[in-house]
Design a protein around this ligand. Sequence first.
Ligand SMILES: [Cu+2]
Length: 143
Amino acid sequence: MSRRGVFGLFALGFAAFLAFAGYAQGAEKKEMKKGVWFIEPKDGAQVKSPVKVVMGMKGMTIKASGKVVKGTGHHHVLLNQGPMRKGKVIPTDKIHLHYGKGQTEASIKLAPGDYKLTMQFADGLHRSFGKRWAATISIKVLP
Ligand SMILES: [Cu+2]
């Protein structure tokens, strides 16, 4: 192959690489969107109790509760409620579940019926990060 041919081939390969890199970066950006989401269960799922909940999060660091460290927090699951206003302290009761050890998985006992589950991320003193850090799904717990 001539020198020019080799160079042409190289240039073509490089262009393809750039195109792929651009595509990969776009895909990564989409995936890197900050927030929380339910890995399990899926929205609309019909499940049995205890319900296995797997919590996804991107853009902060998970840390056990106790003190406030910027950019960190822990998960909560709120039963039959929406997201909590930013800055509001999440109560601790039967419908506000805290995962203050830094858990990303939970097993929740629920009586049969329809539920709205809201995952809410909050700081070390349980102060909600607001709607931007919340996700809500509906599930049905089967008898
Ligand atoms: Cu909490």
